[in-house]
Write a protein that binds this ligand. Structure first.
Ligand code: BDR
Ligand code: CA
Length: 314
């Protein structure tokens, strides 16, 4: 049976690739794409989702606009990675189809209503700060029963953070939302920096995907040419972690990743460690396991999957 998913994102170059990978996969039924303020402000993340779906000729996909800021903090954005629009790149600008608009319904109401009315269980796939998901759970806690699993990109179990030395971006931006999600009792899988840094884009990967010779793969190359600039400088390598598509790859083929069920809580307030994911890998606390934390990725299988799926798009 197809997995029904809601993709909750803040596009973002790697979120854009996650949208493309999901849209290319018949194994997944995208019920909606919900946007959150994160990499850039909400207006831009919504616009970028509309752009990506226009480019891949999937204007049937419904886009919803959600929270513009985290639950308690002001929004911290990452134009320094994704550029002013959040999807900066060279090449032809993407003109959103004139009849393709964001839905009137708010993302949080959409998540709640969709879960309530669905006869099947749903996978929530957040690739940005967890604000929309946390607010949906707070608005109607009974939707938990309808959520099969939350597979999110965020956190860093056994490696450095990328936004502060201790915190990954999505969790740093809204640590309170992350704790609401982690404390929900819903099955949760964390695709943190531990795995996303094993799934690296470089010139060889870009060239290989370009062999697909379609406009979506060309778009992938244009996105990556911009997205890799920041990472090459920061990490002083030719390799750039392709974070967000790991969420979708996990749903399509969980054998690409391995990990362990452990307890995760998030530091909310400390000046030095706000947004740190405290991962009890060794089971040294008496806190109950609440999260399946991935720590290994097979990059060959991942990129073979991505190349194959992108080849099926326009
Ligand atoms: C996460 O932060 C964002 O910049 C990316 O889109 C990804 O979701 C990586 O830390
Ligand atoms: Ca993201």
């Amino acid at each position: 049976m197809n997995k029904k998913i809601i993709l909750d994102c803040d596009p973002g170059h790697d979120d854009a690739v996650a949208i493309m990978l999901a849209a290319a996969s018949k194994e997944l039924e995208i019920l909606g794409i919900t946007c959150v303020g994160g990499n850039v402000g909400l207006d831009n993340t919504v616009n970028n989702a509309l752009k990506v779906c226009t480019l891949i000729e999937r204007t049937d996909l419904k886009i919803y606009s959600g929270a513009s800021k985290p639950i308690h903090y002001d929004l911290f954005t990452a134009e320094y990675v994704h550029g002013k629009t959040g999807l900066d790149k060279k090449g032809d600008p993407i003109i959103i189809s004139s009849d393709y608009k964001v839905e009137d319904q708010n993302a949080i109401d959409f998540i709640v209503d969709t879960c309530k009315s669905s006869t099947d269980q749903i996978y929530l796939c957040p690739t940005g700060p967890l604000t929309n998901i946390a607010l949906s759970l707070q608005k109607n806690p009974s939707i938990k029963e309808k959520i099969k699993e939350i597979v999110f990109m965020g956190g860093a179990a056994m490696c450095l953070g990328n936004t502060t030395p201790s915190a990954e971006f999505n969790i740093f931006v809204d640590p309170h939302a992350a704790n609401i999600v982690l404390g929900s009792g819903i099955p949760i899988t964390m695709m943190g920096l531990d795995v996303t840094h094993q799934v690296n884009v470089n010139k060889t990967i870009i060239n290989s995907i370009n062999e697909n010779n379609n406009k979506s793969s060309k778009f992938f190359g244009e996105l990556m040419d911009f997205y890799t600039i920041f990472h090459k400088k920061l990490y002083e390598t030719e390799d750039t972690p392709l974070h967000d598509p790991c969420v979708i790859a996990y749903l399509l083929d969980p054998s690409i990743f391995t990990g362990k069920l452990v307890n995760v809580v998030v530091e909310e307030n400390s000046e030095l460690t706000r947004g740190a994911t405290i991962v009890d890998w060794l089971g040294v606390t008496n806190r109950n396991p609440n999260c399946h934390v991935m720590n290994y990725a097979n990059d060959k299988k991942f990129f073979a999957l991505l190349k194959n799926k992108l080849s099926t798009l326009p």
